[in-house]
Design a binder for this molecule. Structure first.
Ligand code: C2E
Ligand code: MG
Ligand code: MG
Length: 605
């Protein structure tokens, strides 16, 4: 009798490059890791399937980085379903294996584990080649709708980010240790190399022009991308920037979607190709993998006898760069000593803020944080308020970034910490129930060299306990120097301080990275909470983020809860704490007492 046959998957066209991409990860045969097992367990319960694998396709085997529901760590490549899946763009779904001639007589169908249903989402490496899949297997056939596909794809993106994260960190470290002079994302010279090269141009051409071109949409665009897509987007961006600056003496990437160029002089002949209409043409299409409408703007600084320093010229060009423009005609601006109203305002804010600190024109307001299980008040977040005699009420969202440009931020945060401590003492002296107060720290605060002795001084001077002041740090502040940040955080934790990650979901950190830091909670950003109940893709992302954070053992706090529906959904997701206008707006000190009396510390059951 002839043995019934099954189909062995063809080799992908990029097999050689694919294997190189895979081997560069150094992941094959590595030990099991909780972060991946958490994800596969999560998938197992979300999809209610007996088997979930992170399967990596090697030359002649499939090897499992994580495996739920099977006792083996690898199988042959020939019989693996995943070797078929990696030929797909993003996903392979086989709802009923017995109806598919490719698989019906596969040994894994005919014998153990008796596969009847398979869904595998492709995982890609740094170079974009398929490495394997995150796959779901059932012993019964089943249907798999478009929403389930979407969720599996979302989860696979998270797995992919984790897989690629380690190698990226390793690569960056290598580059840094070789004192890299090139921006790893775009391959263009970096700021340091630019300053050196542009310096030579400036030495020969007294009226050289420095240009800074920026895409304010860059950060937003990057956030939603996988590492592979991000690499392709950066490459696309670099190509267009080089096109616009084709006549420049030197071009560089300053990071975060900003680029610099130097021309021997400011003239249309010298700067050929660099015009508003050229910008419009080159940036008309969205960047690879993004849908953001692009509005590049550029600031120009022309050297003068008194301003003859590249670093300073870069700063001035950046300052001159127009923001929030309505048409390309407004896309270019030349720096002049009387720049526009917005520049003046930034400058004014900087100087007024300094006197505000000295003249105590600042105050804190306190927004209640609610325990979602009990409905009780659980603490406050201290938020800065500034009413200036001349400028009126200025939002912290406007003045904190201005303060962050100088050492002023350190004084500002120091003031906030001491004021929160003082207020806590006052409430205690009045026999009011007291709760921990969360304060916002910036990257500068976290990375200050004397971080732990500064905290010790605050505790000693105010007399409050470290546990009374919770430190909120944004995800972004971990990006600059995560090693140093981690070191400081550990020191502070030893003193008894706790850290919460603010605006979670909007930064670049991988859950793996966060998992290694001493964090007590993640505050899911308002933009995600906003999506709850809208039935959009963002809603799925919000749910997966919360489920993941919970499965990794973090407490989760939701920011910006405004509706009953959002609250109900967050409760259903086992979110621990919440904060938002639905409960209470930030309170002036005078109103806190009334709030406590009114709510009797129970805001909502
Ligand atoms: P954040 O730390 O994420 O603070 C939460 C912001 O969301 C606050 O805005 C708060 O008033 C607002 N908010 C709370 N609930 C809701 C809601 O239900 N709906 C809406 N639409 N908004 C809500 P605020 O006070 O304007 O502060 C903005 C940002 O400024 C803060 O974001 C924080 O990043 C920064 N900031 C405020 N105070 C300080 C401070 O003392 N130090 C530092 N470094 N930054 C601060
Ligand atoms: Mg905050
Ligand atoms: Mg926040």
């Amino acid at each position: 009798m002839i043995e019934p046959e099954f189909t062995v998957a063809a080799l992908p066209a990029d097999e050689q490059l694919r294997l190189e991409d895979l081997y560069s990860l150094g992941i094959l045969d590595s030990a099991a890791e909780e972060r991946f097992d958490q994800l596969t367990r999560l998938a197992q319960s979300v999809f209610d399937v007996p088997i979930v694998l992170i399967s990596i396709i090697d030359t002649n085997r499939q090897w499992f980085k994580s495996c739920q529901g099977l006792d083996v760590s690898q199988t042959g490549r020939d019989e693996s379903f995943c070797s078929h899946a990696i030929l797909e763009t993003d996903i392979l779904v086989v709802e009923d294996v017995m109806q598919d001639s490719r698989f019906r007589f596969n040994p894994l169908v005919q014998g153990g584990p008796h596969i009847r249903f398979y869904a595998g989402a492709v995982l890609r490496g740094r170079q974009g080649h398929a490495l394997g899949t995150l796959c779901l297997i059932d012993r019964q056939s089943r249907t798999f709708d478009s929403q389930q596909r979407e969720l599996l794809l979302q989860l696979s993106k998270i797995v992919e980010r984790e897989l690629n994260h380690d190698i990226r960190i390793g690569e960056y470290r290598d580059l840094i240790s070789r004192q890299a002079l090139f921006d790893p994302a775009t391959g263009l010279p970096n700021r340091r190399l630019f300053i050196e090269r542009a310096g030579h141009v400036l030495a020969k051409h007294e009226a050289a022009a420095v240009v800074v071109l920026g895409l304010d949409e860059y950060t937003g665009a990057v956030l939603s991308l996988s590492p592979v897509d991000q690499t392709q987007m950066d490459a696309d961006l670099a190509e267009r920037v080089e096109q616009v600056f084709h006549a420049a003496s030197h071009v560089a990437s300053l990071g975060e979607g900003r680029f610099a160029a130097i021309y021997p002089s400011f003239s249309s002949e010298q700067m050929e190709g660099f015009t508003p209409s050229a910008l419009r043409n080159v940036f008309a299409r969205p960047l690879a993998h993004t849908h953001h409408r692009l509005r590049p703007t550029a600031g120009i600084n022309i050297a003068t006898a008194e301003a003859h320093d590249i670093a300073q010229m870069l700063t001035r060009a950046e300052l001159a760069r127009p923001r929030n423009i309505n048409s390309y005609e407004q896309a270019l601006a030349i720096y002049s000593s009387d720049m526009g109203a917005s520049l003046q305002r930034t400058f004014l804010l900087g100087t007024r803020l300094r006197s505000a600190l000295e003249e105590s024109a600042l105050r804190l307001v306190y927004q209640p944080k609610i325990d979602l299980t009990t409905g009780h008040l659980a603490g406050y977040e201290a938020l800065l308020r500034w009413t200036d005699g001349q400028l009126g009420e200025v939002s912290p969202a406007e003045f904190v970034p201005v303060a962050e440009r100088s050492e002023l931020i350190l004084e500002l945060t120091d003031w906030v910490m001491r004021e929160a401590g003082r207020q806590l003492n006052e409430w205690r002296a009045q026999d009011m129930p007291s709760y921990p107060i969360a304060v916002n720290l910036t990257a500068h605060d976290l990375l200050r060299p004397d971080f732990s002795s500064w905290l010790q001084h605050i505790v000693a001077d105010t007399g409050v306990a470290p546990a009374d002041l919770i430190l909120e740090i944004t995800e972004r502040s971990l990006v600059d120097d995560v090693e140093l940040a981690a070191e400081h955080m550990l020191e502070a934790c030893r003193l008894g301080f706790a850290f919460h990650v603010d605006d979670f979901g909007t930064g670049y950190s991988s859950l793996n990275q966060l998992h290694r830091l001493p964090l007590s909670a993640l505050k899911v950003d308002r933009s995600f909470v906003n999506e709850l109940g809208c039935g959009t893709g963002g809603e799925t992302v919000c749910r997966s983020i919360i489920a993941l954070a919970k499965s990794l053992g973090f407490k989760v706090i939701a920011e910006g809860i405004e509706t009953e529906q959002q609250l109900a959904e967050l409760r259903a997701l086992n979110c621990d704490m919440g904060q938002g206008y639905l409960f209470c707006r930030p309170l002036e000190v005078d109103s806190v007492e009334a709030f406590l009396a009114r709510s009797d510390a129970t805001v909502r059951q």
